[in-house]
Design a protein around this ligand. Structure first.
Ligand code: CMX
Length: 443
């Protein structure tokens, strides 16, 4: 049986001529235009990135390698005694676009076991940080601490660097990162919240199950971890964490530098940190408005308006691309509805009530182009239910999942030899001139 790396090598070599032909024969074909709005407004919607790993349609939501979330969960081999696939099978699928056989999944599980030993200097670096550092700082520091052993950096410095094979050392680093990041996340969790009482890896378990084990979680949480990491993996390449990782790696900075940077972007409240903000908002809402009364739609409406009138965003709502409820939200909601106990949980009911009210309020507010919930509006409630109440840790969970997408993407970036990223700036005076002239004259 071919290993994942051998299969990937064949895929990349078969794919390369498509990219080469497009640039050589059709390089000047126009695919988009840029308006002043887009230049000032965060490059929204400009088609200038390429990825085949996932695609985000504004109406339909994410497809991983052409499959919707339900189709992905359905197609992939399941973890033992579970309705959910292993993260390892999903990694194989993201990298190759092929649904793996059980034997291929077992191959990845075994490969990851060989990659999971984290050097002790990473633990030393984490222990040296103030305990009240944000856990995303800790995760980002751990990535940088690992950098010295980067196989890509070693290959670059070997004097034998070769553009055609460079992806192979990116694959090695990428695989080390995805195999190790849940171990590091569990260490951070135990360091920060459990008095540094660490739990050893269970070598019998797949990635999601082992993460659950290492943070002292229940049997049921194993599926939560698998689902969570898969759902948060990839959302095409324009979002801040994926784009940053791609951008930094485009300078041939190795995957550790690149993903540390990606994590720093994920830690922003408009991006991955929104999942902690949602819990913060919801708990504060209960404390402020529902001390002696049950939550009602009227109270939620008032709290939402108070937030908006204070000039703040409603966390967990809105999206730069999506124009409907995020299917990742719906997938987690379905998990809640199908889980006895969680279905009747007070916090889940409150989040469901916010789901009924917030789109109405945001529509009336009239600013956001998308009043519907995104992934972050639903994820915290599940963690909270399973006793993971330290909500500043939630973005770390996002970061563990997002590593899969970012690492698959940069492996392919190198495989296809994508260039260093370098868009062109203009000045405000230039924009004013082109505005007065009715547009820039393209000669
Ligand atoms: N609450 C209040 N106002 C919102 C809003 C929200 N949830 N979402 C958007 N808006 C506002 C924007 O701030 C913007 O206001 P200004 O014109 O005053 O600048 C206006 O509506 C238009 O924004 P938009 O085009 O609809 O949205 P953007 O593409 O600019 O931003 C996003 C997208 C996600 C950053 C924004 O919707 C937001 O801030 N949401 C809340 C934070 C959040 O949940 N982030 C997580 C996103 C998913 C993820 O990456 O993890």
């Amino acid at each position: 049986m071919a290993t994942l790396k051998e299969t990937l090598k064949q895929k990349i070599e078969e794919f390369r001529p498509r990219t080469t032909k497009l640039t050589k024969e059709f390089g000047k074909v126009i695919i988009d235009q840029v308006t002043i709005d887009q230049a000032i407004g965060g490059a929204r919607d400009i088609r200038s990135l390429v990825t085949d790993i996932s695609y985000l349609d504004p109406q339909e939501g994410i497809r991983f390698r052409g499959k919707t979330i339900p189709e992905t969960f359905e197609a992939l081999p399941k973890a033992p005694k579970s309705k959910y696939p292993t993260v390892e099978s999903f990694w194989y699928f993201l990298l190759t676009g092929e649904v793996p056989t059980q034997a291929q999944v077992d191959g990845v599980v075994a490969e990851w076991k060989t990659r999971q030993v984290v050097p002790s200097y990473v633990w030393d670096a984490l222990r040296a940080l103030p305990r009240d550092s944000h856990p995303m700082v800790m995760l980002s520091v751990a990535m940088l601490a690992l950098q010295k052993d980067s196989k890509f950096a070693a290959f670059y410095n070997s004097g034998k660097f070769n553009k055609m094979t460079a992806w192979e050392s990116v694959y090695e680093d990428a695989s080390d990162i995805v195999a190790r990041i849940p171990i590091i996340a569990a260490f951070i969790y135990n360091l920060k919240y459990k008095g540094d009482k660490q739990i050893a890896i269970d070598p019998k378990l797949d990635m999601g199950a082992n993460f659950a084990h290492m943070i002292g979680q229940s049997e049921e949480y194993k599926d939560v971890a698998r689902m969570y990491f898969i759902l948060h993996s990839d959302h095409e390449s324009g979002n801040v964490s994926a784009h940053t990782t791609h951008l930094v790696h485009s300078a041939l900075s190795d995957p550790y530098y690149a993903y540390s940077a990606g994590l720093n972007g994920l830690a922003g409240p408009l991006h991955g940190l929104a999942n902690q903000e949602v819990l913060d908002w919801t708990i504060k809402f209960q404390e402020k408005y529902c001390k002696n009364v049950e939550p009602t739609k009227e109270l939620i409406t008032k709290a939402l308006w108070d937030t908006l009138n204070a000039g703040q965003v409603v966390p967990g709502y809105g999206h730069a691309v999506l124009r409907k409820t995020d299917p990742r939200y719906m997938s987690q909601r379905e998990f809640c509805l199908n889980t006895p106990g969680l279905k009747d949980d007070k916090l889940f009911k409150l989040v469901s009530m916010i789901f009924e009210v917030a789109p109405v309020v945001l529509t009336e507010h009239g600013k956001t182009k998308n009043p519907w919930p995104n992934v972050d509006a639903q994820s915290g409630v599940i963690q909270w239910y399973y006793g993971l109440k330290e909500w500043d840790f939630y973005t770390v969970l996002f970061g563990v999942g997002r590593a899969l997408g970012c690492m698959a993407n940069i492996t392919w970036d190198r495989g296809l030899g994508y260039a260093i990223e370098r868009p062109k700036s203009v000045t405000t005076a230039m924009l004013e001139k082109w505005a007065a002239e009715g547009g820039r004259k393209l000669s």
